[in-house]
Ligand binder design. Structure first.
Ligand SMILES: *[C@@H]1O[C@H](CO)[C@@H](O)[C@H](O)[C@H]1NC(C)=O
Ligand SMILES: *[C@@H]1O[C@H](CO)[C@@H](O)[C@H](O)[C@H]1NC(C)=O
Ligand SMILES: *[C@@H]1O[C@H](CO)[C@@H](O)[C@H](O)[C@H]1NC(C)=O
Ligand SMILES: *[C@@H]1O[C@H](CO)[C@@H](O)[C@H](O)[C@H]1NC(C)=O
Ligand SMILES: [Zn+2]
Length: 315
């Protein structure tokens, strides 16, 4: 993630995490600090939690599929999603690093499947008592569904997560948080890999994405956080999901932009979705315009530090 977000969403995430962490005695005050940052060094020069050696569970990571622990009983993310298609418009805004897309319909959430097991407790920044992952052991852990509301989706060029040592061209992050901050964990992010189709591909550009992405050259010229409505009917975040929604990787991590708060759960689809060359270029050009000098907005993969990545597959 993320937070490549607008101020409001960013603040909402920071506030929720702060509320989450105040409940514990592990509040790092740097957790909610925001500051100007660049991608010139891919994140190694970011401050606070981002590079604090006690921050053990940072994102993104390199997902090594042969090392992932396979669990096959947790199902299909889209079946658990209740997204309402746009009736009139979506809104776009940038935050100097990425472009966020906001959905105005009230019903937009996923019942995120989580495993009810012991939390990680060897990190100063990972909130204890969260529903998170440890060893599966002999008995099947209980699956818990936690409703998290969609706040926004945004883009990274190139992908932040690696899959088996390889980047994809684009990664979309859709950020979901709990309306009730008492609910834990408070943030779940769905990640989707996109690769551009080769030149001469017979694949057509998605017409609904065309409408939205065509607005990018205007959006990046606006001041940060200013929302621009784009008229489009029938669009929802599910449009970003790949065909196979049952196959994804799940692990505990952090925001991928300052303040790099930990306590997030990541759900990264395995399948790479195609995006047409023109749409890829609109995204890359927008990110270039925001970050300058052709800088991509992708943080380097972080060490797993003992984390297990779970692979949920319906196959
Ligand atoms: C795979 O898992 C083993 C055992 O946990 C670990 O030693 C190794 O470093 C992992 N490899 C990668 C590429 O993550
Ligand atoms: C965005 O960038 C402009 C120009 O570099 C800067 O003045 C502004 O403070 C930045 N805003 C945010 C929210 O980072
Ligand atoms: C933290 O870990 C220790 C052992 O490593 C365990 O006994 C304890 O219950 C854990 N606490 C929490 C809150 O998970
Ligand atoms: C996606 O594109 C990258 C190069 O940009 C390539 O290394 C990778 O294999 C591609 N993956 C898929 C699944 O198409
Ligand atoms: Zn992101």
């Amino acid at each position: 993630m993320t937070s490549g977000h607008t101020w409001r969403a960013h603040l909402a995430v920071a506030t929720l995490l702060f509320a989450l962490m105040s409940a514990s005695c592990h509040v790092a005050s740097s957790q909610i600090t925001d500051y100007a940052f660049t991608y010139g060094k891919k994140g190694v020069d970011w401050q606070g939690v981002c590079t604090d050696p006690r921050s053990r569970f940072q994102s993104p990571v390199d997902i090594t599929s042969c090392n992932a622990t396979r669990v096959s009983f947790l199902g299909d993310l889209q079946r658990r999603a209740r997204y309402t298609s746009s009736r009139r418009h979506v809104s776009l805004a940038h935050d100097n690093h990425t472009v966020d897309i906001f959905f105005s319909e009230p019903t937009n959430y996923i019942q995120f499947p989580m495993l009810n097991v012991q939390p990680y407790n060897n990190s100063v920044t990972w909130p204890p008592n969260t529903y998170t992952l440890a060893s599966l052991g002999k008995t099947k852990p209980r699956v818990r569904l936690v409703r998290l509301e969609l706040r926004q989706c945004h883009v990274h060029w190139e992908s932040e997560h690696d899959l088996d040592g390889r980047h994809r061209d684009i990664e979309v992050h859709c950020v979901h948080t709990a309306q009730d901050p008492g609910q834990r964990p408070a943030v779940g992010v769905v990640g989707v890999f996109l690769n551009r189709t080769r030149k001469g591909s017979i694949c057509k550009c998605d017409p609904m994405l065309e409408t939205i992405l065509s607005a990018l050259p205007m959006v990046v010229k606006l001041p940060p956080k200013v929302k621009m409505p784009v008229a489009v009917r029938g669009f929802s975040a599910a449009r970003f999901f790949p065909r196979d929604k049952t196959y994804f990787h799940y692990y505990p991590g952090s925001l991928t932009t300052p303040p790099c708060s930990e306590g997030l759960l990541w759900y990264v689809f395995r399948e790479t979705k195609p995006i047409c060359q023109r749409h890829f270029q609109l995204i890359a050009d927008a990110i270039t315009a925001l970050n300058g000098r052709g800088e991509q907005n992708a943080r380097d993969p972080q060490s797993l530090r003992g984390r297990v990545i779970y692979q949920w597959s319906g196959h």
